[in-house]
Design a protein around this ligand. Structure first.
Ligand code: SF4
Length: 195
C-alpha cells in the first residue's frame, strides 16, 4: 500500500476510537478529514457541525455547499484538495472547541499536514488560523486583520504558504463575507498558478 495512504488510514482508525478529550461522548461520528493525499492545498476548518457529525464527513452542510461553490469558482474540485478540522468530534451545540480540546486533538492535524505535505494551507476561521499561526510563531489578533494575506513560513520543516480566510459558516450569517471569501479564493487561484 502507498505509504501516505497507510499512514492516513492508521490515523483515521485512531481518531475513530479516540478518547483523548470529552468531545467523543456527545458525537455520533468522528470526522477525521478527507480528500487527496497529494493535494497541493489543504483546508483547515474548526470542528464538525450537525451534518458533519451525522455523516462523518467534513463540510457537508450549508457551509460545505458554499465551500464547494467557492472551489468551483476557481476551477477546483473537492477531490483535488484535502479538508480537515482542528477538532475531529463535534462540540455539543456547535460551541467553540475549548483550549484543552484543541490541545488534545491537534496532534492528529499535525500528522495530517505531515502526511499530505501541502504547499498551501488555507485556514478557515479563527480557531484554525489561531492554531496554525501559533505553530509558525505568528501573533494572531483576529481573522479580519489577516485574511487574504499570504504568510510564507516553514512548518514541520516544509516551506508552506498560509492563507487565512473567514470560515464559510460566517458568510451564511453575514452575506458581506461571501464577497470577501470570493476575493480570497481568487488569491488562492493566483497562488496555485504560481506554484
Ligand atoms: S475531539 Fe479529537 S482529541 Fe477529542 S476525542 Fe475526538 S479525536 Fe480525540
Amino acid at each position: 500500500m502507498d505509504a501516505k495512504k497507510k499512514l492516513m488510514e492508521e490515523l483515521i482508525a485512531e481518531v475513530n476510537v479516540c478518547r483523548r478529550c470529552q468531545l467523543w461522548r456527545h458525537a455520533k461520528n468522528a470526522v477525521p478529514g478527507e480528500g487527496s493525499l497529494d493535494a497541493q492545498v489543504m483546508f483547515i476548518g474548526e470542528a464538525p457541525g450537525y451534518w458533519e457529525d451525522l455523516k462523518g464527513r467534513p463540510f457537508v452542510g450549508a457551509a460545505g455547499r458554499l465551500l464547494d461553490e467557492l472551489l468551483s469558482s476557481i476551477g477546483l474540485r473537492r477531490e483535488e484538495i484535502y479538508i480537515a478540522n482542528v477538532v475531529k468530534h463535534r462540540p455539543p451545540g456547535n460551541r467553540d472547541p475549548k483550549p484543552d480540546e484543541v490541545e488534545a486533538c491537534t496532534p492528529y492535524l499535525d500528522r495530517q499536514i505531515k502526511i499530505i505535505q501541502p504547499k498551501v494551507l488555507v485556514t478557515l476561521g479563527r480557531h484554525s488560523t489561531g492554531y496554525v499561526f501559533s505553530r509558525v510563531g505568528l501573533k494572531f489578533r483576529g481573522v479580519t486583520e489577516v485574511r487574504g494575506r499570504v504568510y510564507l513560513k516553514r512548518l514541520f520543516g516544509m516551506p508552506i504558504q498560509i492563507l487565512p480566510m473567514f470560515h464559510p459558516a460566517a458568510a451564511l450569517y453575514n452575506p458581506n463575507y461571501k464577497a470577501v471569501l470570493a476575493e480570497d479564493f481568487k488569491r488562492l487561484r493566483a497562488i496555485l498558478e504560481s506554484l
